[in-house]
Design a protein around this ligand. Structure first.
Ligand SMILES: [Zn+2]
Length: 148
């Protein structure tokens, strides 16, 4: 049963890579799987590298960076540079959510607010633009860490 779901996932990954115009290679498949299964799903290249090592996949850190850059170019992943941390990557599923980052732990949470988005469209229009994309990052301290 486990084997069956694993095969399905691999087929899915193969399809995703082909659709993005990338050749299917083992490192690409493995890294795609890690990004798909991670929870929370904002991972640094080193997080992915450690996950590969822990599962006996012999992929170097330089390869992880290269694959992530290829994924970014192909529109499969989004790269974020949150203040005070290293770049993190997440699968781009097109839902265009925003982020809040804890300044103590680096914890990242996601949110989506239709009212804010409506307002952003209005602001852009007032300035003579039609909005095509936006990124909002809030910084704060996660409540469980605020008193420690
Ligand atoms: Zn996110």
């Amino acid at each position: 049963m486990v084997e069956v779901t694993h095969l399905k996932r691999e087929e899915q990954g193969t399809r995703d890579l082909r659709r993005a115009g990338l050749k299917v290679t083992l490192p690409r498949l493995r890294i795609l799987e890690i990004l798909e299964e991670s929870d929370p799903h904002h991972l640094s290249a080193e997080d992915i590298y450690k996950d590969l090592l822990a599962n006996d996949h012999d992929v170097g850190l330089a390869t992880v960076y290269r694959v992530l850059t290829q994924f970014e170019g192909a529109g499969i992943v989004t790269r974020h540079h949150f203040a005070g941390g290293q770049a993190v990557f997440e699968l781009d599923n097109g839902d265009n959510h925003d982020h809040i980052v804890c300044m103590k732990s680096g914890k990242v949470s996601e949110f989506k607010d239709p009212q804010i988005e409506e307002r952003l469209i209005e602001i852009a229009e007032e300035l003579g633009y039609s909005l095509t994309d936006h990124r909002i990052v809030l910084y704060g301290v996660y409540r469980d860490e605020s008193d420690s």
